[in-house]
Design a protein around this ligand. Structure first.
Ligand SMILES: [Zn+2]
Length: 280
């Protein structure tokens, strides 16, 4: 779960926009030539020639400023694996438990006794933290990708807090890389379940769909779809970036599944397989 952890930063960052994307998205004409003032006052032949050269340079280089980078999501050589949260930031959490049958005696207004039987969940197991599960899946994913010959970079290798901008810096320093963040989810309803994949639109919808289908093909999983969101790590990543929500810890059954090493191994295998297939 990443929403609450980065909500404050997002709220601040909403006010910041990068000029190239603003120009691209607005549909307005290109930004004025930054050398326009130099172009205008041409008083002599040599000055006029100089001005023309400057204007031609503007025309030559301006498209480079506003043309979006082409992202070939098959061409990556490095996978930056980002285990969500860490350190004092545990992410979401839950206490494992079991379902028990509870019988309660109720009395109606007329004084009649009635036995009400319900299924209730009682906490009997350990508390599990999203940051631990995410790191475990990230490590498993790393080992599988390495075995397949891919270079990997981990934004964190242990229980350390790395700021969101620090994670993005690590990713943006890698050439020909993709960014894959691992998270677990939470919902207001305990019935909410399934996996979902967010992407940053850097040529990534198809890639996101491949990973989402791979995760959702696990027994008992639900495909919640491919989505976009204004998450800081996605928005500020220069290359293709994905954020995977690998299951709801607020759902008792799904949390119990995510708590097992066997399930996390399967999740990591499906993600790794989808990444490897994407390059072929
Ligand atoms: Zn999270």
């Amino acid at each position: 779960m990443i929403r609450s952890a980065i909500a404050a930063e997002n709220a601040y960052d909403e006010r910041i926009s990068t000029v190239p994307s603003k120009i691209l998205n607005s549909g307005k004409p290109f930004a004025p030539c930054p050398l326009a003032d130099s172009c205008a006052p041409a008083r002599s032949d040599s000055g006029r020639l100089f001005a023309w050269i400057l204007c031609l340079l503007c025309v030559a280089f301006l498209p480079g400023c506003v043309t979006p980078t082409y992202y070939n999501v098959k061409d990556f050589t490095t996978v930056v694996i980002d285990a969500g949260h860490g350190g004092h930031d545990s992410g979401t959490s839950t206490t494992l438990g079991k379902w028990v049958t509870v019988r309660r005696v109720q009395r109606s207004r007329g004084g009649k006794r009635k036995v009400v039987v319900t299924k209730e969940r009682v906490a009997t197991g350990p508390r599990i933290l999203e940051k631990d599960l995410a790191l475990d899946v990230a490590r498993r994913l790393q080992s599988k990708l390495r075995a397949a010959g891919l270079r990997t970079v981990m934004t964190r290798r242990d229980d350390t807090f790395i700021p969101l901008d620090g994670r993005v810096e690590i990713s943006n320093a890698q050439r020909k890389s993709i960014f894959v963040a691992i998270h677990f989810n939470e919902g207001r309803r305990t019935g909410a379940c399934g996996v979902e994949t967010y992407h940053n639109n850097r040529g990534t919808p198809e890639f996101a769909g491949r990973i989402e289908r791979a995760m959702a093909s696990l027994p008992g999983e639900v495909n919640r779809g491919v989505k976009t969101a204004n998450y800081r790590v996605l928005r500020k990543s220069r290359g293709p970036a994905l954020l995977l929500e690998c299951g709801f810890l607020s759902n008792p059954d799904e949390a119990a599944r995510c708590a097992t090493a066997a399930y996390r191994e399967q999740i990591a295998s499906r993600i790794a397989q989808a990444i490897i297939e994407q390059r072929q």
